[in-house]
Design a protein around this ligand. Sequence first.
Ligand SMILES: Nc1nc(=O)c2c([nH]1)NC[C@@H]1CN(c3ccc(C(=O)N[C@@H](CCC(=O)O)C(=O)O)cc3)C=[N+]21
Length: 286
Amino acid sequence: MTRILKGKPVIDSLNTHLKSESEGLRSRGLVPVLAIVRVGENADDVTYERSAEKCCAAAGVEVKKYLFAADVREEEILSAVRAISVDKNIHGALILRPLPPHIDDRALCRALAPEKDVDGITEYSMAGVYSDKRVGFSPCTAEACIDMLKHYNIEIAGRRAVVVGRSFVVGKPAAMMLLRENATVTICHTKTKELAALCREAEILVVATGHAKLITEGFFSPRQTIIDVGINVDEEGKLCGDVDREKAEGIVSAIAPVPGGIGRVTTAVLAKHVIEACKRSALKET
Ligand SMILES: Nc1nc(=O)c2c([nH]1)NC[C@@H]1CN(c3ccc(C(=O)N[C@@H](CCC(=O)O)C(=O)O)cc3)C=[N+]21
């Protein structure tokens, strides 16, 4: 029997903890605030934004939105991000990405104060992920994978982990975080030969490629726990992951499905980071 690792229990347990943390902060006159920066009306961005707002409300984090038209001038967003960076009442910023091509993504990242980088996009946060130091914040989706494994008591140390995908947002940081937890990690990508055979050997398989149902028959084995990070739309217009769930079920040990798996855990991690950023800012002032 394949265990389905649902996101909801992970989110509920995170939120219970976060709610009491944010209440503690409020009793000291501190309200954790997240700024959300969105350019245009991209459906993916709007979905993620809604999910972030829901999780923040449950965790006791306030949200302040900065919305811009799709053809906004780069200078205008840059000055908004600079204003957020110096605003004492804002503790974290989520810049919905990818941005339209006329906006220099890296310039925007550089304009963000590192201590407010709750989404792990600045070079400062990246250094934290790769150096195992508590500097900045890890990208939320990568951290959500680890939080999910821990919530369901899935052993990481000493086990063979395979990450399919090498993006800066998910694959690379997820691999580093699994390594930090003492897994033996293999990173696979589009040029990997014998991908199916490598995946079959994985005891923990994290998939973040952006290709619907890429991981299918021939990739599965009974000792596997799979975290599907893909967000795709199938032929029928339905949300689906990078893993062919129907083929996996009945073979693998456990799978975090799409939808209903890692997706919203990501926004709970985001809320966790805002609360942590708020706590760190209070420490700095006293
Ligand atoms: N800085 C940044 N980080 C992101 O992580 C980011 C982003 N920008 N821009 C937009 C994309 C898109 N994205 C989605 C995540 C989950 C679902 C999703 O559908 N989640 C639920 C279902 C929908 C729901 O909860 O309403 C699930 O997987 O079960 C959709 C889209 C994150 N993104």
